[in-house]
Design a protein around this ligand. Structure first.
Ligand code: ADP
Ligand code: MG
Length: 248
């Protein structure tokens, strides 16, 4: 098996609080790897460590065999590690088409070309439109993003990440806050992501996790509690107890 992303004995402290406790995680190339655990388990902290938003106190992060622990966030993106782009005020004023064109241009700049002939520009627009079509955003690609339904905005965030052609995509609760009537669309897109992209998904919706994942890691209080296949984790009484405890 080829390992796409790995952490070795990762530790993150906030003051005296241990948010990431000696996490060693291995994610297979092409995996649909879900990261679950109760609120406050350290899931988002782990994603922030992987992307370089946070620096670990100790431990290593290995992407495609290369130690990226010391790399800043933007260098990790260039090496193929993408997270969903939070739509902010500025992007809100752009249309989905404009945003995806920008994301593709950013990706292509990696090749060294600072300018592009008109024919290449047409190609970028075509690629952007095709991507938006795949994400169910074709009919709204010319509208200001701020006026779009929330579910469509979340889909655009994933489309922007995919436009960078990542090797590994990190999704932190992609359907969170999306109204019920839009949820199925977001879930369908998540299930349908390109097979060659390794996906790490944090999600509370167990139906989505169990239908999506081929591997599940359970975090509790910053540490890896257990890991297994969907059938192993869904049948594990200790995992059930953790979630029942949270509901109570
Ligand atoms: P999850 O995403 O699993 O709900 P988080 O990673 O967001 O959990 O948080 C894990 C723990 O770390 C929580 O107790 C949270 O309060 C704490 N925490 C997260 N970020 C910070 C921070 N920047 N400073 C201090 N404590 C933090
Ligand atoms: Mg979180």
């Amino acid at each position: 098996m080829t390992v796409a992303l790995e952490t070795r004995n990762l530790v993150k402290r906030f003051g005296g609080f241990l948010a990431t406790n000696d996490v060693s995680l291995s994610v297979r190339q092409g995996a649909r790897h879900a990261l679950i655990g109760p609120n406050g388990a350290g899931k988002t902290t782990l994603i922030n460590l992987l992307t370089g938003v946070l620096k670990p106190n100790s431990g290593q992060i290995i992407l495609g065999g290369e130690d990226i622990t010391a790399l800043p966030a933007h260098r990790r993106v260039r090496k193929g590690l993408a997270r969903t782009f939070q739509i902010n005020q500025l992007f809100g004023e752009f249309t989905p088409l404009e945003s995806v064109v920008l994301a593709i241009n950013e990706r292509e700049k990696i090749g060294g070309l600072a300018w592009a002939p008109l024919v290449a520009h047409t190609k970028v627009v075509e690629e952007a439109a095709a991507l938006l079509q795949r994400f169910g955003l074709a009919d709204v690609m010319g509208e200001r993003t701020v006026v779009l339904p929330y579910g469509k905005q979340r889909l655009l965030e994933i489309a922007l990440a995919i436009a960078s052609k990542p090797r590994v995509l990190l999704l932190d609760e992609p359907a969170a806050g999306v109204p019920e009537e839009e949820r199925h669309e977001v879930l369908a897109i998540v299930r349908d992501l390109p097979a060659d992209v390794t996906v790490i998904l944090i999600e509370h919706d167990m139906d989505l996790v169990f239908s999506f994942a081929d591997r599940i890691s359970v975090l509790v209080a910053g540490a890896l509690f257990t890991e297994g296949s969907v059938s192993e984790i869904s049948a594990d009484p200790r995992v059930k107890a953790i979630y029942l405890g949270e509901d109570a």
